[in-house]
Design a protein around this ligand. Structure first.
Ligand SMILES: Nc1ncnc2c1ncn2[C@@H]1O[C@H](COP(=O)(O)OP(=O)(O)OP(=O)(O)O)[C@@H](O)[C@H]1O
Length: 305
């Protein structure tokens, strides 16, 4: 039997979720190691919340399997204590004070760390006597993060944690999140539309589009495997088989391709440039959306360099 610590944070095989006839997640395979901060990105309706809700055991799969920290989601009380979840709307009890929330957290969680909770509440300047219903969106998010972290979970799951926050509050929230993860020695998964946040805090990436995992892996490995090729128009039409074209764009004179190569890029006479995380993610999203790159670029008024 492998040691419990050797289990991945998240392992999905053929994971599928349908709501009635609507397919929200289709045949997803994932193997996310522990100790990572995972960015889950994808357009609206891609299936991100569905995947996170499955991981928390709030909903069950239609087919396939999912293991979280080596067990089925929410397998038992001990497993529930290992996972901290902050839902999309950072729900709090409006008539409860901040102190009430901490007391409730302490009662419900056997591994509750009161000193961590007190310290964080003081750091982010929350008033213990204030009713949670009167907190701003950013303060609510900080309270929800504090409660999730004071459980001292092994895995923190956030569904768009910073969506409602202004840039300054978001910056502080992301900083706090990184500190928590480092302090707890935990793994974290956060869904986000904000690729700059993902770039800043995540070392593992999952791109989910049209209900399917388009690409997943360590950010540094993915960035090392993707390139932008620029060549006279038409010259990129016959690339070697080991070069996977993720996105191709054309102008009258030039072609530009974002490609993935598992090993070394074969020698080419063309311009080879690194891609940013944003360009890589957008390339997968465009491919998944089945949008003709030329049409999309024409609509966006984008010029090929
Ligand atoms: N409870 C539900 N009942 C029926 N359909 C649902 C339900 N929840 C989600 N869906 C559908 O499943 C698909 C995936 O939704 P999901 O909320 O997982 O996407 P998402 O990537 O989190 O989107 P967003 O970025 O907009 O939050 C969508 O088509 C959505 O309409």
């Amino acid at each position: 039997m492998p040691q419990e610590n050797s289990y991945p944070a998240l392992q999905a095989e053929g994971l599928t979720k349908q709501y009635g006839k609507r397919l929200a997640l289709a045949d997803c395979n994932l193997n996310v190691p522990r100790g990572r901060v995972v960015g889950l990105v994808g357009p609206n309706g891609a299936g991100k919340s569905t995947l996170l809700n499955l991981a928390c055991g709030l909903i069950t799969p239609t087919a396939g399997s999912l293991r979280v920290l080596g067990s089925p989601p929410a397998a038992n009380a001990a497993h529930l204590a290992k996972v901290g979840f902050v839902a999309q709307d950072t729900p709090v009890y409006g008539t409860f004070t901040v102190a009430d929330h901490l007391r409730m957290g302490a009662k419900l969680n056997p591994s509750w760390d009161q000193s961590l909770a007190d310290r964080r509440i003081a750091q982010v300047g929350l008033n213990l006597k204030q009713k949670a219903g009167r907190l701003s969106g950013g303060q609510r998010a900080q309270l929800a993060l504090t409660i999730a972290a004071a459980k001292r979970p092994e895995l923190l799951i956030f569904d768009e944690p910073a969506a409602a926050l202004d840039p300054l509050a978001r910056d502080g929230f992301m900083q706090n999140l990184m500190e928590f993860v480092a302090e707890l020695g935990a793994s974290a998964i956060l869904s986000s539309h904000l690729l700059s946040d993902v770039e800043r805090v995540c070392d593992y990436l999952i791109v989910l589009c049209a209900s399917r995992v388009q690409v997943a892996g360590e950010v540094k490995d993915l960035l090392a495997q993707h390139y932008r090729l620029v060549a006279p128009r038409g010259e990129l039409d016959r690339l070697p088989a080991e070069v996977e074209v993720i996105r191709m764009q054309h102008t009258d004179q030039y072609s530009r391709a974002v490609v993935r190569v598992a090993g070394a890029l074969p020698r080419t006479p063309w311009s080879v440039e690194p891609v940013s995380l944003e360009e890589m993610v957008l390339s997968y999203m465009t491919r998944a959306a089945g949008v003709s790159a030329g049409l999309a670029d024409a609509m966006a008024g984008e010029a090929v360099r």
